[in-house]
Design a protein around this ligand. Sequence first.
Ligand code: TZP
Ligand code: MG
Length: 235
Amino acid sequence: MICNKNAVDYSLYLVTDSSMLPPNTSLYSQIEAGLKNGVTVVQVREKDSDTGAFIDEAVRIKELCTKYQVPLMINDRVDVAMAIDADGVHVGQDDMPIPMVRKLLGPDKIIGWSVGKVEEVETLAYWGPEMVDYIGVGTVFPTETKKNTKIPMGPRGVARILTALEDNKAEWCRTVAIGGLHPTNIERVLYQSFSQNGKRSLDGIAVVSDIMAAPDAGAATKRLQGLLKQNAYHF
Ligand code: TZP
Ligand code: MG
């Protein structure tokens, strides 16, 4: 564990994808450029590789995360996260049920859950703070990155999820918006999701393509970090 899981900075959460790298870059050079310039969490997400290749990749990314003191999350694969002692796992609605993930990982690891509906917030509130540490709220805007995404919820939908967390007394749960987020729209997401629920703001934004597909991943990351800092008061 990089640090106390309750003190994790979720502000700029990078989800990896090795299928969209520009020429003359590698998965690792893109991730390191992000880490150098302000990425605060990395999630390894590989949909097509076999287990051995996934583990090799995750081990290399863990070395980078350790170097920059940033938490490493693994998408879906609880077994891989345990095998390499990652900081946590991110699962979706159709993956291993959260109580089982928690049983396997123990109390100290980070668990993230993809959430798009108010009923899912009610479930996590019912489970209480021991189960889910943060939710990925989305998809916010249409995206080419994930093919089977639900209908985009927009900033209004994000606001509804934030309101549901408050209404269900699940204020301990951290929140990261995901899906189609770029410098052109993140201010709107941060501002509208806060002003329309009036009580709480997002804890961060998660991006795949904005950094992974960037010809200059360092510059892309700096741009996102700059916008997050400028909008810190509704954030
Ligand atoms: N989950 C919901 S949308 C998404 C994931 C993994 C992909 C987001 O990718 P991008 O490139 O930031 O739109
Ligand atoms: Mg999944």
